[in-house]
Design a protein. Structure first.
Length: 158
């Protein structure tokens, strides 16, 4: 998916390309409100949703370095991030970038967790366990439930 910055010829598809555009455009010093408006739109085009959809590992690592440097470095491209984005906005993006980096490294990003609470047969009451054994449509789940019932029967009653 290509992200176009409205009113400019700037576009990017990956976080690495976003970093390149930030360095290219942010490194230019111009006393122009149009230039600063373009930069603002460019800096704000990286959103949490776009970070969560990214699979660009090198680009994510580069963006993390840019945001770390942007908080402390007077280089114009990095300083521009700090002048446009608040400290909390930069921190939120930095946390999201690091989370995405970890999920890509661990493989979680490729096998997302199913929605809803974790299904743990050990937490079910005996009545609920029996009801699910009788009514659940998935036979593999029923087999897990039966094993749980057998485990409970093996333990002495207290």
């Amino acid at each position: 998916m290509i992200i176009d910055i409205p009113g400019t010829r700037i576009d990017w598809a990956t976080i690495g390309e976003w970093c390149s555009r930030v360095m290219d455009e942010g490194g230019k010093l111009r006393a122009s409100s149009e230039h600063y408006s373009r930069l603002r739109d460019l800096y704000r085009s990286l959103t949490i949703g776009r970070v969560r959809q990214s699979f660009d590992r090198p680009g994510i690592a580069r963006a993390i370095r840019m945001f770390d440097l942007g908080r402390h470095n007077p280089v114009p491209a990095y300083h521009g991030l700090a002048s446009e984005l608040s400290r909390s906005e930069m921190g939120t993006l930095l946390v999201e970038l690091r989370n995405r980096q970890r999920s890509l490294a661990s493989g979680r990003a490729f096998m997302p967790r199913p929605k809803g609470p974790r299904f743990d047969p050990a937490m079910l009451t005996d009545e609920a366990l029996e009801r699910l054994i009788q009514t659940h449509p998935d036979l593999t789940v029923v087999d897990h439930l039966r094993r749980e019932r057998e485990l409970r029967a093996a333990w002495p009653a207290t």
